[in-house]
Design a protein around this ligand. Structure first.
Ligand code: SF4
Length: 217
C-alpha cells in the first residue's frame, strides 16, 4: 500500500480504475468493514459527520483552535481535557482561558504530573537531567498515562493534546477514554510546526544530512 506515491487518486474521483497496489481493490473487505463502523455506532458517525461540517465551514480560514472549539460544540462536549507539555505551560494557560471563554469546563493537566522518576521507567542515567543536545530536562518523566487517567476521572468529553512528546502522545491516545484531538504536535526545532522540516530550506537540508549520516553508519 503506497498511497503516498499515487498519482491516480481514484479514491478522490470515485473512479473504479484502481492503480496497482491500491487498497480499494486489494483490501475491499477491510474497507467494507471500516465503512460499516460509521453506521454501527451513532457516536462514531456523529464525530465523522461533524468533522466534515467543521472542515467545510472554515476551510483555509479558521485556525485549528477555532476548529476545535466548533467541533467540541457540535459534538456537545461540555468538559474539555487539556493535556499539555510542561514546556508549553504558558501556551496552555492561554488556550485554557480561550476554551473557558468559549463556554467549556476545562481540565488541564501537566505532563510531569505524578512526579515519576525517569529511573523507574528504565531510562538510562545519561538520558536524564541533561539532553544529548545540552539542555536541562530534569529527572521526572512525562506521565501521559497519568494525564489520560486523570482526565478519565474527570469524565472529559474531548481531550486536546498540546505539545506532548513523540511516544508520550502515543500513550496518551491509548489510555484516553474520551476522543482525542491534537492542537499542536511538539517540535521544538520548528516552533511546534513539524512540517516546517519539509517546507523550509533549512529543514530540508537538515533532514538530508541526517539521512545521509544514517546511511553511512
Ligand atoms: S486509495 Fe488507491 S487511488 Fe487512492 S491514493 Fe491509494 S492507491 Fe491511489
Amino acid at each position: 500500500m503506497r498511497c503516498a506515491y499515487c498519482k491516480v487518486l481514484a479514491c478522490v474521483s470515485g473512479s473504479k480504475n484502481f492503480p496497482k497496489n491500491c487498497p480499494m481493490s486489494n483490501f475491499a473487505d477491510v474497507l467494507e468493514r471500516a465503512r460499516n463502523e460509521y453506521q454501527r455506532d451513532e457516536k462514531v458517525k456523529k464525530i465523522a459527520s461533524i468533522a466534515g461540517i467543521v472542515e467545510a465551514s472554515g476551510y483555509i480560514e479558521w485556525p485549528r483552535l477555532r476548529e476545535i472549539i466548533e467541533f467540541a460544540r457540535l459534538i456537545d462536549a461540555r468538559k474539555i481535557g487539556l493535556a499539555f507539555c510542561i514546556g508549553l505551560r504558558d501556551e496552555a494557560a492561554v488556550v485554557s482561558q480561550i476554551l473557558e471563554r468559549a463556554g467549556f469546563e476545562v481540565y488541564s493537566v501537566n505532563c510531569k504530573v505524578g512526579s515519576i522518576p525517569k529511573e523507574e521507567l528504565g531510562i538510562p542515567k545519561d538520558y536524564q537531567w541533561v539532553s544529548k543536545t545540552g539542555y536541562v530536562i530534569g529527572f521526572v518523566t512525562c506521565n501521559p498515562i497519568g494525564q489520560a487517567m486523570l482526565l478519565n476521572a474527570y469524565g472529559t468529553d474531548l481531550n486536546v493534546m498540546l505539545g506532548l512528546c513523540v511516544g508520550h502522545d502515543t500513550l496518551f491516545i491509548k489510555f484516553s477514554e474520551a476522543p482525542v484531538t491534537v492542537l499542536a504536535a511538539k517540535d521544538r526545532a520548528f516552533g511546534h510546526s513539524p512540517l516546517l522540516a519539509i517546507y523550509t530550506y533549512y529543514g530540508k537540508k537538515y533532514l538530508e544530512k541526517y539521512l545521509e549520516e544514517k546511511r553511512e553508519r
